[in-house]
Design a protein around this ligand. Structure first.
Ligand code: DGY
Length: 331
């Protein structure tokens, strides 16, 4: 039997060296070693020449692009957990399989959620800025200076109790927070018992009763502005919100207004509605110490990126071996 030709794989962004080396060995891989942004024309060339497209969250793989794909494109093996940048329905209609890289980002993203909670409640960035941006301005310890809020004893309300939400809950419980969650369906009783978690069927009621809201659900049409102006207004003035999921789950303009009006106490955001552009009003709020902003770093660890690359490789190899890839995403 003649061995199959290596599949032609187009990768849109620079990936860790170890992943690129492996991809070169296994595939006829077109890499992006200097990470130059790919234009719409280049993506069009990719979908009309490659058998596999490996996009990331920064690429718009919309229905127009998918409809322009040639018959050779068989697989979109996304280097991402979320697939909101891909029109999965359009891909299915065209007979193109879509895969993602779940599980390997869970712990890192949950860690970053906790980092944001601590950064907002304990004023980490403000404190650090006193030393780094105003050298000499620190006149020493004072009983009433730079006071934040105690973490333990607070109530966290997790919106979306999937893998990442559950990992956040485990960490939060270890820090003495009581766990509340809202999810499409209740998690299994053993997990609820382990976390001593309270399930809220009504998101509205949960928002009104917790001190920290953590957004951990996927971005889908159903979760677009799930945290709407009306819902955000239900939060207590002393409460904070953190988001390591996707910007569009929160109505950003409404959040900005509530922060400005002191209707909620703070926000920790790793994701934004219009990335990489960040609303200047949010930047101003961050300068004033009302928000901590990070540039979509939730899953940014070396280990995580290598694991994501391994998942992409396994998905591609399994697909071309004629089997169902382990991380197939269904519409
Ligand atoms: C993902 O893969 O969905 C992450 O948001 C990227 O950090």
């Amino acid at each position: 039997m003649t061995p199959r030709k290596k599949p032609k794989v187009y990768i849109t962004r620079k990936l860790p060296d170890a992943v690129e080396t492996r991809m070169r060995e296994l595939f006829d891989a077109e890499l992006n070693i200097d990470d130059t942004p790919r234009s719409a024309d280049e993506l069009l060339r990719a979908v009309t020449t490659a058998e596999v497209l490996v996009p990331t969250v920064t690429d718009r793989i919309d229905s127009a692009l998918i409809e322009s794909a040639g018959p050779q494109l068989k697989l979109i093996a996304s280097f991402s957990n979320g697939v909101d940048h891909i029109d999965v329905d359009a891909a299915a209609k065209k007979g193109i399989t879509v895969t993602n890289t779940p599980n390997v980002l869970t712990e890192d993203t949950a860690d970053m959620t906790m980092v944001l909670i601590f950064a907002v409640l304990r004023r980490l960035i403000e404190g650090s800025r006193v030393l780094t941006e105003k050298p000499g301005a620190w006149s020493g310890w004072s009983p009433t200076w730079m006071l934040g809020h105690r973490i333990s004893g607070k109530r966290i309300g997790i919106v979306g109790m999937g893998r990442i939400g559950t990992a956040v809950a485990r960490r939060a419980k270890a820090f003495g927070l009581s766990i509340h969650y809202h999810n499409r369906k209740r998690v299994n009783p053993a997990t609820e018992e382990e976390l001593e978690a309270t399930y809220w069927d009504s998101l509205d009621q949960m928002l009104a009763r917790v001190d920290i809201v953590s957004v951990n659900c996927p971005a889908t049409p159903a979760t677009f502005h799930l945290l709407s102006a009306r819902r955000l207004a239900l939060m207590q003035p002393s409460s904070i919100i953190v988001n390591t999921a996707r910007g569009d789950i929160i109505d950003e303009a409404a959040l900005i207004q509530l922060l400005k009006d002191h209707k909620i106490a703070g926000a920790g955001l790793d994701v934004f509605s219009n990335e990489p552009v960040v609303n200047p009003k949010l930047l101003k709020l961050a300068q004033e110490g009302k928000a901590v902003l990070l540039p979509h770093m939730g899953s940014a660890t070396i280990e995580g990126r290598i694991d994501m690359g391994e998942k992409v490789i396994i998905n591609i190899r399994t697909f071309f071996d004629g089997h169902r890839p382990p991380n197939r995403v269904l519409p």
